[in-house]
Design a protein around this ligand. Structure first.
Ligand code: FBP
Length: 551
């Protein structure tokens, strides 16, 4: 880095807040163990798969005295999609390890899990950490999506750790990466390697959460960035009064991001995938409801609006879900015949012929562009890449079709001019909000404290985070506690349960109470950009979701 921005320069000086016990005792906080734990479901099966880590107690840090501890070496990886605050997790981890013993070393494995397997690393020094404090991105050691799950990979990891004398691995990742951390911890114990494994909860999607993990890091900053952009678009819509903006928001599966942005900005409409699935709402119904909204606002001379759409929507619409499942099957069983066709129209015709009649009808009803997206590149498991489907454009096209029929029978045609947007990458590497800067640093410091206490098979946990940091409580939650068995890619596998939007929970309920009013009028809120300097009421506010959940 030769040149840095004025903001980055100022942010270097920001000192993240820590939970009081870590501020006072550093990584020498003592560990208070609770009662033995159970997994969230499938207890017998999980216990059989994780005999050495199942049932560990939840841990809370309490006051402790500084003591002599042996010199340690630890290795860290960033795994999966970027999320604001990753560098601060590493900074907290580094500072915590240094406070335990100044000769401790931290290896940063490069490019995610593959770095750990292939032994690609750099030694993390104070000079390096200082360049990245309170910055966004994962570029200090980069990330990757290689799955760390086979015994052969685990053997390589153990060999690399032995070679360097590393006795702890910290995996900063989402539900899948922490599922792998759980399996790796069990492997390391069963092979008596003495290598500890600790996880940290990361993902902007916000779907790695439970009683102990109140939010995954990055959600706060990413949703604040998207809400700023949505607010700007709302103000433009309200100024020009001629466009409907359809905004797709990242979040591979759960709709937490869309819901949070809706709570922050009060859009004209926001679709929540989990509600669509619960009510078995069809694509046609969704389009009809949105078209009705366009018509009713047009009747009030409001030919504008802002609609939020969660990225994962398509898979939650029952008939689309069935279509995608059939497509995955068809394209894997008839792979050769499909790939032998050299143009898209021929591929589309082939699929329309081969699908069962219900799915064929759904497929045929879709615009050509969407059909092509459904048949585009598969993911590494051979599945349709649903996140690449332009749902925002699909809805616009279908509303336009409906309006053609409606306008044919009206004296004054409904005007509908639209703009499509997708916000995702815009927020994933933003400079962390004060909340994420503090939370991430605390998670990293917590991980160092767990390592110092000789723990393995835990995820760093910092709680009470909807309140000021002076109330935060830190400790660890056994990874096995979050596991259940799910059927994935034809097999029953142990995985960390993904947290979807709870339709009975306060965030969704608050939204559901207000959305009608938002749809009828102009209730937009313009949150503006994240503030790093100024009163805590502006700078340190946690997300609306977190505040409502912990009310
Ligand atoms: P993680 O679950 O790994 O944190 O990634 C989440 C996410 O940001 C999703 O919101 C999005 O669908 C996906 O990553 C995009 O992945 P990619 O970076 O590979 O395009």
């Amino acid at each position: 880095m030769t040149k840095i921005s004025a903001l980055q320069q100022e942010r270097y000086a920001y000192l993240p807040k820590l939970p009081p016990v870590l501020r006072e005792c550093g990584p020498f906080a003592a560990v208070k163990a609770g009662a033995a734990t159970e997994s969230v479901a499938d207890q017998q099966a999980i216990k059989a798969l994780f005999p050495d880590t199942y049932g560990l107690p939840a841990l809370e840090f309490v006051s402790g005295e500084k003591k002599d501890v042996p010199v340690m070496k630890a290795g860290v990886i960033l795994s999966g999609g970027q999320a604001p605050g990753g560098h601060n997790v590493i900074a907290g981890l580094f500072d915590g390890l240094q406070a335990l013993h100044e000769k401790n070393e931290l290896f940063g494995f490069l490019g995610g899990p593959s770095g750990l397997i292939d032994d690609k690393y750099l030694l993390i020094t104070k000079e390096l950490v200082d360049q990245y404090r309170n910055t966004g991105g994962f570029d200090m050691i980069c990330s990757g999506r290689t799955k760390l799950e086979t015994p052969e990979q685990f053997d390589k990891v153990a060999d690399n750790c032995r070679k360097h004398g590393i006795n702890a691995i910290i995996i900063i990742g989402g539900d899948d990466s922490n599922t792998n951390a759980c399996t790796l911890a069990q492997y390391m114990l069963s092979k008596k390697t003495g290598i500890q494994v600790i996880g940290c909860p990361k993902t902007i999607d916000g779907d790695l959460k439970n009683e102990w993990i109140e939010v995954s890091f990055g959600f706060d900053t990413a949703t604040k960035v998207y809400s700023e952009l949505i607010g700007n678009i709302m103000r433009d819509a309200n100024s020009a009064r001629k466009y409907w903006h359809f905004i797709k928001l990242m979040g591979r599966s759960a709709s937490h991001i869309a819901l949070e942005c809706a709570l922050q900005t009060h859009p004209t409409a926001c679709i929540i995938s989990e509600e669509v699935a619960a009510n078995k709402t069809s694509l046609e119904q969704i389009v009809k409801e949105l078209t009705d909204l366009v018509v009713s606002r047009a009747d009030k001379k409001m030919n504008f609006g802002v609609v939020l759409i969660p990225e994962g929507l398509i898979e939650f619409i029952p008939e689309m879900n069935a279509l995608i499942a059939e497509l995955n099957d068809l394209l894997s069983h008839r792979k050769e015949a499909f790939e032998a066709l050299n143009d898209m129209p021929a591929k589309i015709a082939f699929v329309a012929r081969e699908l069962a009649s219900a799915s064929a009808a759904v497929f045929k009803s879709l615009p050509e562009g969407i059909k092509a997206q459904l048949l585009g590149d598969r993911d590494p498991h051979g599945n349709v890449q649903v996140s690449r489907i332009e749902t925002e454009k699909l809805l616009i096209t279908m509303i336009e079709e409906q309006l053609k029929c409606i306008n044919a029978g009206r004296e004054k045609a409904v005007k509908f001019s639209s703009q499509a947007h997708f916000f995702g990458y815009e927020g994933r590497c933003a400079a962390p909000s004060n909340f994420d800067a503090d939370y991430c640093y605390s998670l990293g410091f917590t991980a160092a404290t767990l390592i110092g206490a000789g723990k393995t098979g835990y995820m760093a946990s910092v709680r009470k985070i909807a309140t000021p940091a002076k109330n935060w409580v830190a400790g660890g939650i056994p990874l096995t506690m979050m596991m259940n068995i799910e059927h994935r890619h034809g097999k029953d596998v142990p995985v960390i349960k993904k947290a979807l939007v709870d339709l009975g929970g306060k965030p969704f309920q608050s939204f559901a109470k207000l959305r009608k009013v938002w749809g009828e009028g102009i209730e937009f809120i313009y949150p503006g950009p994240i503030q790093y300097f100024g009163p805590a009421t502006v700078c340190d506010q946690p997300s609306c979701t977190l505040q409502l959940e912990q009310q």
